[in-house]
Design a binder for this molecule. Structure first.
Ligand code: GRF
Length: 202
């Protein structure tokens, strides 16, 4: 039997990376199956993308629970119910709760729109990243897929792809070119992880 690896994608916004992962599962570039989309915002457009693709959704907000413990328990139960094996963060703006990070050790990925370890960490998201790259005068930017631990943008790097910063780039033009790279490398990185091509030396 050839069962497909079950993936949950966590989002907070528009979900173009989610869309690229959905497309990659449909074209076969990504052998896994997205079984659940978790959003930290109830109005994220990515939720609509999920629904259009027939994928179940779950809005997870800590404020909806009496405390962190209850929230974490509910999220873990949901992931268990869907038999989730891998978690892909795609524009997810919250920290993944520690018990989830521990349960899914080395099976959670994130995509970041810069060449980590530069331009990462709390507050470094969206246009802030591209503004910082342009302000620094760096000649290159790019996208990074990395494993997730309990610190923002910190875990081990799986794939990184570079693009040149062009004269006249604005945060928007740079973001758009980086996003193209993101859409290409995220499905590849996840596939590599699922196929065990990215194995750590023990
Ligand atoms: C991407 O640039 C990603 O690198 C970052 O957040 C953005 C999400 O975009 N983590 P989208 O929601 O996938 O369109």
């Amino acid at each position: 039997m050839n069962s497909r690896a079950k993936i949950a994608v966590f989002i907070s916004g528009g979900g173009t990376n989610l869309q690229s992962l959905i497309d990659a599962t449909n074209s076969g570039k990504l052998s896994g199956e997205i079984v659940l989309v978790v959003s930290s915002k109830s109005n994220a457009y990515g939720l609509e993308r999920a629904r259009n693709a027939g994928i179940d959704t779950f809005v997870f907000r800590k404020k909806d629970y009496p405390g962190s413990e209850e929230a974490e328990k509910d999220l873990l139960e949901m992931l268990e119910e869907y038999e989730v094996e891998y978690i892909a963060l795609a524009g997810y703006l919250k920290l993944v709760p520690s018990p989830v990070v521990r349960r899914y050790k080395d099976r959670i990925t994130n995509i970041h729109p810069a060449l980590l370890p530069r331009y990462g960490g709390k507050g470094m998201y969206g246009h802030h990243v591209h503004e910082a790259v342009l302000a620094s005068g760096d000649k290159e930017s790019g996208a990074t897929v990395h494993l997730v631990d309990e610190i923002y943008d910190h875990g081990e790097i799986i794939i990184q792809e570079r693009i040149p910063v062009m004269a006249g780039d604005t945060p928007d033009t740079l973001a758009a070119r980086v996003l193209e790279v993101e859409h290409k490398i995220y499905p590849q990185a996840l596939e590599n992880l699922i196929q065990g091509r990215y194995a750590k030396d023990e």
